[in-house]
Write a protein that binds this ligand. Structure first.
Ligand SMILES: Nc1ncnc2c1ncn2[C@@H]1O[C@H](COP(=O)(O)OS(=O)(=O)O)[C@@H](OP(=O)(O)O)[C@H]1O
Length: 328
């Protein structure tokens, strides 16, 4: 009887230890970084703790896994409707990137900005010291004060900007506003009425969607504060058709080993877009507000828009020393 009792006790102890070990390693995987990844990046659990201890604010707002909130070391600044959400989500597949789920609108909203860096930091995800905290707010791209404000916070920060065929971006922008208005029971304008100035029969440069697509004007402001090598430009059209090549270029820009592979990304025929395989959810596509069907636009208007943007595109290509397949 005594021997049997000892056996039961031994089994119970073994079971307890196994459960504890499994729980501990799962905690790490759940935070977007697997044991395997930690080893490969020479971030063992011990070394993570040591690195944390070396940091001044180690006990301040550290969660139970020893992670902390940090100001972003990289920001996706826009442009609106160029694939900013898709890129953020894809990059989140990398074990050393921690994206903020929500757009924080810190640098483009005076009220938020006046709340200070601590407020901004509070909106960041928990991360390990070697991980890169990433935020995206597409309105930064067009906000006058944003470049100087970001530079003031961190002059060596890395910036990512996505650009898409400027005409397609205008249509995407219009489509988004169109559906938002419909949802609120508001009247909607016809695309032609917004994009064409009735008096001149030329492109209406007062239409905000057109202004945003004049990428050259906006980027000029950013380059007053940041060096070219601090800004990585992603091709938003290619992000739709071949996301992996764009993601790999970003990994390189961030000085990270390439970790996002074809195992993490697959083309979802129902959605008509690339989606993700994540350890948590297995499959994840972006919401239906991304990739809405665009309205049919008359070819004469498309041509007008393309012609309007062409000289700006040319100046942009030479400014960033990079070209895109936008010329029809
Ligand atoms: N994988 C994947 N899935 C879904 N959608 C994708 C994807 N990759 C890029 N896109 C394109 O992203 C466009 C929306 O861009 P943003 O996320 O920057 O929009 S927003 O400014 O945050 O509202 C959205 O534009 P529209 O097609 O005009 O809706 C998409 O074409």
């Amino acid at each position: 009887m005594k021997t049997k009792g000892k056996q039961v006790l031994s089994i119970a102890v073994i079971l307890f230890v196994t459960v504890c070990l499994t729980y501990y390693s799962n905690l790490i995987v759940w935070n977007g970084i697997s044991m395997n990844d930690l080893d490969k990046e020479s971030l063992t659990v011990g070394s993570v703790r040591k690195l944390l201890e070396e940091e001044e604010l180690v006990t301040e707002r550290a969660n139970s896994n020893g992670q902390q909130k940090r100001l972003p070391q990289c920001v996706i600044i826009g442009a609106r409707k160029c694939g900013t959400r898709a890129l953020l989500e894809f990059l989140g597949l990398h074990p050393l990137i921690q994206p903020a789920d929500q757009e924080v609108h810190f640098f483009d909203d005076d009220r938020n900005y006046n709340r200070g860096y601590e407020w901004y930091k509070e909106h960041m995800p928990y991360s390990y010291p070697k991980q890169i905290t990433l935020e995206k707010s597409p309105r930064y791209f067009i906000t006058e004060k944003a470049p100087e404000r970001i530079h003031q916070m961190n002059s060596s920060i890395k910036l990512i900007v996505l650009l898409r065929n400027p005409t397609t971006r205008v249509i995407s922008d219009y489509t988004q506003v169109y559906y938002n208005k419909i949802a609120k029971g508001k009247d909607v304008d016809k695309f032609e009425d917004l994009v064409i100035d009735k008096k001149t029969n030329q492109i209406n440069t007062g239409y905000r969607a057109v202004q945003i697509s004049i990428y050259y004007n906006h980027l000029l402001r950013w380059f007053k504060f940041f060096k070219r090598e601090q800004v990585h430009v992603v091709d938003g059209d290619k992000l739709i058709t071949n996301p992996l090549s764009e993601i790999n270029k970003v990994e390189q820009f961030l000085g990270l080993q390439s970790r996002v592979t074809e195992n993490n990304i697959y083309f979802n025929t129902t959605r008509g877009f690339y989606c993700m395989r994540t350890p948590k959810t297995n499959q994840k596509c972006l919401g239906l507000t991304k990739g809405r069907k665009h309205p049919h636009i008359e070819s004469s208007i498309l041509q007008k828009l393309n012609e309007f943007f062409r000289p700006y595109n040319k100046k942009l290509f030479s400014l960033i020393n990079q070209t895109f397949d936008w010329d029809d």
